[in-house]
Ligand binder design. Structure first.
Ligand code: ZN
Ligand code: ZN
Length: 286
């Protein structure tokens, strides 16, 4: 089982690697800079070297970079859209420099636009970022872009597997896959309460997107109820999905080898180890 957490980069990006290793993880997710600012530069060369060396030493796979929260690739506002595409392209570049395997991005919100225009803009943004990466030999060409499903609140694009499928099909040939977040999926109305429901969900994923495009699972329990459209993550087994549902989902024979990354709340030092242990137990009892 590939299991990791979203790790903090306080003190430098390479610190995410040591934090993950200390927790017994064999994969990791991180931001490549503070996720709440537009004002970012490249990661220092020395820091890149340490990151790459430590990651190799630890045998971490996959390494996942999560894009900044400010990016809105569905935005109908031209100025915000342009800045979003710019930052997204830069993060794709940085992910390549770090040797990351995946770059996860939320499709954003279409606001006063339409869902169709939102989807079209996300596809165009991916095309633009790929054009800027310097051909097939650029380092970021190796990074697969993963579109994450959203809880579907407000005017969010990507609250349904159909939306994500349209984005991925629109960007065919550009190395784009799916990151499925269980909290967002449940909140947007996809039940996974038992093995039967989990199987239905996996089948829908296969029909709308194709299971061969599923690269990563964000494993989070949900504070909101089924279909609540509330994006609030809960500790593993302590939310509305619960142990039985999450266990049924992660042990489904067709997806049991997909890497799992936890983005569960971190209020105390014990939260990550406890959540990780609960997932390991679910796997043992699956
Ligand atoms: Zn997520
Ligand atoms: Zn979330």
């Amino acid at each position: 089982m590939r299991l990791g957490v979203h790790a903090s980069i306080a003190g430098g990006v390479s610190r995410a690697v040591s934090r993950a290793v200390r927790l017994g993880c064999n994969c990791v997710q991180l931001f490549c800079h503070s996720p709440r600012t537009w004002d970012v530069g490249p990661v220092e060369e020395r820091e890149v070297e340490v990151f790459r060396a430590e990651r190799k030493n630890a045998g971490l796979w996959p390494v996942v970079v999560h894009t900044s929260y400010l990016i809105n690739l569905s935005s109908p506002d031209n100025d915000l859209y342009r800045r979003s595409v710019e930052l997204f392209s830069m993060e794709l570049e940085t992910a390549g420099v770090l040797g990351a395997d995946y770059l996860v991005v939320h499709p954003g919100s279409f606001l006063h636009g339409t869902i169709d225009s939102g989807i079209e803009r996300v596809v165009d943004a991916i095309k633009a970022a790929r054009r800027r990466q310097g051909g097939r030999r650029g380092r970021s060409a190796a990074v697969e872009i993963l579109i994450e499903n959203t809880a579907g609140g407000g005017s969010q694009t990507g609250g349904s597997l159909e939306d994500i499928g349209r984005i991925i099909k629109g960007a065919a040939g550009l190395k784009v896959g799916l990151c499925f977040d269980t909290c967002h999926g449940f909140a947007s109305g996809y039940s996974m309460d038992n093995t039967c429901e989990a199987d239905l969900l996996v089948r829908r994923m296969d029909k709308e997107i194709g299971l061969e495009r599923l690269r990563l699972i964000h494993l989070n329990d949900s504070k909101g109820t089924l279909g609540s459209r509330l994006d609030r993550h809960a500790h593993i087994g302590m939310g509305r999905i619960g142990t039985e549902g999450l266990r049924a989902f992660i042990n489904h024979p067709k997806i049991k080898d997909i890497p799992l990354i936890l983005e569960t709340p971190k209020k105390s030092e014990r939260d990550d180890p406890e959540n990780l242990e609960r997932v390991r137990e679910m796997r043992r009892n699956g």
